[in-house]
Design a protein. Structure first.
Lengths: 250, 250
């Protein structure tokens, strides 16, 4: 991330790339110990610090993990496969399930839930067709086995959801989409747009991830039968924790 | 990317984050000049080198571009919005169009086209249900306005495509999917799986991008009417060049 650090910078990337390739070939499996910094320094004829940088790079990218005083190991944590289309099928939320229950059946916990009347940025207000001051947000963080993996902020027209279960912490079975259906505004179509970018400082802190690892930014817009946007959900996912999966007909 | 460089490392990220936020708020538009390193150094009371690191970080992430001797400017290049589902509709390739023509009508050029008989990694051979030695690949690089944006390697069963237009450079109207249809193996269903990771050295070189900016890895599998995989396309996209878009029914 720092400006080019010259030949040492180049070398640590080279070492990290070699280790990554060995992991990809299956020479080191999940949980296996990687060569230590002294071994790598000798093998590549570089300073121990350079070898250490290579291991730190793999750790920052979520490929390796370190154990205090015991070196570096191939990450044994399996990423979540998020089934983008199945999970949003009406069969899912219409039957009272949580959306993420479609994701390989790995149960997520929610914390940092906050609901507030707030001012929407112009672009969000425009899509929801509301005055900027007329927005309500549901913010939350998702954790898997105690590890934060995703931040989400859903934007609604406060005039639509005020006084409904969407404006209180527990939305009930099937979540906000089932409640929008109760209001006669069931989502019938979704758009998800995806970018990879670095996290902001706040995002990196809340996701407990290093600032030099990318996040996946997913913006979902839910449309009702009249083509009106009923929710915009801006998500930020740790890129080491997620595989996004879309399956569809030709 | 280097291990924590202490408080200077923290500060340059803070400055970069502030500039990024100002760009997001629209205070600096595409092509606008950003404050110079001397101005930033004074404003934040840091060394000029620290201010420079902030600007280099924005450049490495594709948010700013530098002009020789003239400072840093907000990136004026607009990312490609890739319509994941529309572009693969049979209407598209069935009518003789290139798949990427659905992407906001921005014409891509192809270079580095290479077709070869090769050995497939075990996982690819398994999905294609072939012996590892029975694979044929089409590799190519895509450019927009001369800028490399995407690498792609498509894997096929050589026994299926040998002697067909899929095994020669020009596949004809509608590309490989139209030719698979000619062979009675039209794709009827697609799966795309997406991850964000750092590029390998070779990928960064071919995409002419800095090694500390993430790529989007997209693996598409095309299935025929019998549910057999007829193509696996492993793509690597510069994350600064692409927004991936999926639109689908509930």
């Amino acid at each position: 991330m720092a400006p080019n650090t010259g030949s040492a910078g180049h070398k640590y990337r080279r070492i990290a790339a070699d280790l990554q390739a060995a992991i990809d070939r299956g020479e080191y499996g999940p949980g296996d110990r990687l060569p230590g910094e002294n071994v790598l320094a000798e093998r590549y004829n570089v300073a121990v610090m350079t070898a250490r940088q290579a291991l730190h790079l793999l750790r920052s990218q979520g490929i390796a993990e370190s154990r205090r005083g015991a070196g570096f190991y191939v990450q044994s944590w399996r990423p979540i496969r998020r089934r983008g289309i199945t999970r949003l099928a009406r069969d899912q939320w219409g039957s009272g399930k949580s959306i993420w229950e479609a994701d390989e059946n790995r149960a997520l916990d929610v914390d940092q839930l906050r609901i507030e009347r707030t001012t929407a940025p112009p672009r969000i207000a425009e899509v929801l067709e509301i005055e900027p001051g007329e927005a309500l947000t549901r913010s939350r963080r998702y954790l898997l086995d105690g590890r934060p993996v995703l931040l989400a902020v859903s934007w609604f027209d406060n005039g639509l959801v005020d006084g409904t279960p969407i404006a209180v912490p527990d939305t009930g079975p099937g979540g906000v989409y089932a409640r929008l259906a109760d209001l006669g505004r069931a989502p019938v179509r979704f758009n998800e747009s995806i970018r990879a970018q670095l996290p902001t400082e706040e995002e990196a802190e809340r996701l407990k991830m290093p600032p030099e690892r990318a996040v996946l930014r997913i913006v979902r817009t839910a449309f009702d039968a009249d083509g009106k946007a009923v929710e915009i959900n801006a998500m930020v996912a740790d890129s080491a924790a997620y595989i996004l999966d879309y399956e569809f007909d030709a």
